[in-house]
Design a protein. Structure first.
Length: 440
């Protein structure tokens, strides 16, 4: 529970004595104590929030309100709404006038800069929000995800870093269990965890047991296989995947906990490392995560300005049978969920060599599509017909709650994006004003 948020919302709705009384009861419900023991604490929260409200009148401490909530915009839901927000983030970054060799505008999951003749690759991934009560699995999969993002840029991972936040009532052992999950991947891949941060979510102002955080990975190398490099005539290969945090979440909350064990592997890393270490000319690589094939294929097509065609009969083979059985049983669209397969786009004559390397690592790989001339976009060949493959507003609904929330675009989506766009423009204006003031 966010105590500041509660008081901020109640100011103007209740008188201050009622706020203190209600808040002390809410705190006692979570802390397991008597409400009267939390009266002074509730008064202190109210005092701080009132002062913060006054301070927020300063231009540096205020921000333009779009009126659109993160959930409405689809933030973090790996669909059309989320992709739009990330596009605006890249515009704010681009407004600095400084950029990496590969930056956020290229829609890759890792960025690249050049230093002393070497490329340095950096990626960071947040832990899955629904794995708060399963810290080991959360740590394992977020570490694997960050490492994947660096590998698909054609680099060698050399270091991992972490940031773990736990709410005030969370058991300290969660931190250790989470770090053990991170270190399991580090030990299996011989890539060290070298730095990190541990904090409480909101300090004293957030009560409960929620955990959040992220893991990042740094790589080095001298090649780049960015999504923008896909070329006409290329073939598309994909390794077999069992999913990561998303599939684990679906398995846990739909009642298939045995599927979690299917995800405990480093197959992606075993498959991609030999390719990175070889001299094979790969045009583009990615991991199938951002809203599944629907999301990743659309992004690759957009930045490469190419037409990507996928074969459904082959795509189905890229998901481990036990995972696919669960997806079908609970009605999850496999095209819109993160499967953690390795996707490789390369010349046809290179594809056979790639297959040999991946199979030698004891990972299955399939030819699932092609890149060709035509209308930019992603397409699916299914039952003798070709249909457009587009991301939905949100990724496939993979928990019962997500099924209720739905995947459809809001009716007022155009109005939403205009309000969000204005908020991004205001952020750029504020940044430019502050930078100018500091310079002078």
């Amino acid at each position: 529970m966010d105590l500041e948020g509660f008081v901020r919302r109640m100011l103007g709705r209740m008188d201050e004595n009622e706020i203190i009384d209600t808040l002390s009861k809410r705190i006692a419900e979570i802390k397991g104590d008597y409400p009267e023991n939390w009266i002074d604490f509730a008064k202190a929260v109210l005092f701080e929030v009132k002062n913060a409200e006054k301070a927020s009148k300063m231009s540096i401490l205020s921000y333009y309100k779009s009126g659109i909530k993160a959930g409405e915009a689809g933030v973090g839901s790996r669909g059309e709404g989320d992709f739009f927000v990330h596009k605006l983030i890249s515009e704010i970054i681009s407004s600095t006038g400084i950029s990496g060799v590969v930056s956020s505008k290229d829609l890759d999951d890792a960025g690249v800069v050049k230093a002393k003749g070497k490329y340095i690759y950096v990626a960071v991934d947040g832990i899955h929000s629904r794995l708060s009560e399963f810290p080991f699995i959360a740590g394992f999969h977020v570490t694997r995800a960050a490492m994947r993002d660096v590998l698909v840029m054609n680099s060698t991972p050399v270091a991992v870093f972490s940031d773990i936040h736990i709410a005030d009532d969370g058991d300290v052992s969660k931190i250790f269990d989470h770090i053990a999950g991170i270190c399991s991947v580090c030990e299996l891949t011989k890539v060290p965890l070298i730095a990190g941060s541990t904090l409480r979510i909101g300090g004293d102002m957030v009560i409960g047991e929620r955990m959040s955080g992220c893991v990042g990975c740094v790589g080095v190398g001298n090649k780049i296989s960015a999504r923008r490099n896909a070329m006409d005539g290329d073939v598309i290969l994909m390794s077999e995947g069992a999913g990561g945090g998303t599939v684990c979440t679906a398995a846990i909350y739909y009642g298939y906990p045995e599927v979690v064990e299917e995800t405990l592997n480093i197959d992606f890393i075993k498959a991609s490392r030999p390719i990175v270490e070889s001299e094979i000319d790969i045009h583009a690589m990615t991991d199938v995560t951002n809203g599944g094939i629907r999301g990743d294929a659309e992004e690759i097509a957009r930045v490469s300005k190419k037409k990507l065609v996928f074969y459904e009969d082959e795509l189905i083979k890229t998901i481990k049978p036990k995972v696919m059985k669960m997806l079908e049983a609970v009605g999850i669209d496999y095209l819109g969920i993160s499967t953690d397969s390795l996707m490789i786009i390369c010349k046809e004559e290179v594809a056979e060599e790639v297959k040999k390397l991946v199979k030698k690592a004891k990972v299955k790989i399939y030819e699932v599509g092609r890149v060709e001339e035509g209308d930019t976009g992603a397409y699916l060949e299914k039952d003798g017909k070709t249909e457009k493959l587009k991301p939905k507003f949100r990724e496939s609904a993979y928990t019962p709650i997500k099924k209720i929330v739905g995947e459809s675009r809001p009716e007022n989506f155009e109005e939403i994006i205009e309000k969000i766009r204005k908020a991004a423009e205001k952020a750029i204006e504020k940044k430019s004003k502050i930078v100018s003031k500091i310079k002078t």
